[in-house]
Design a protein around this ligand. Structure first.
Ligand SMILES: [Zn+2]
Length: 88
């Protein structure tokens, strides 16, 4: 599982290489109130950011298999990952 924080280039490279995997979008300190699971191809986490937007700034990304991200959300953030309504 990968973790991207303040690493736009690394995150974009990961997305390009792992379009079949999943992304958990969460706050810098993962908390149960914001844990959203996306497919790596979801445009809300993967299209070209609007000017000034950073993908790994205010929110950070954990990337990997769906099952491991769901397990991580339970174990480290104390909550359930909510599937994105657009891509899952
Ligand atoms: Zn999504």
């Amino acid at each position: 599982m990968g973790r991207f924080q303040d690493d736009e280039a690394g995150y974009e490279r990961w997305l390009a290489d792992h379009s079949d995997l999943f992304v958990l979008n969460t706050a810098r300190s993962p908390a149960p109130n914001y844990l959203v699971l996306h497919r790596a191809i979801c445009h809300t986490i993967a299209s070209t950011p609007a000017r000034g937007t950073r993908w790994t700034g205010e929110y950070i990304k954990f990337c990997g298999q769906r099952a491991e991200l769901e397990k991580f959300a339970q174990a480290h953030a104390g909550g359930t990952a909510s599937p994105c309504r657009l891509c899952l």
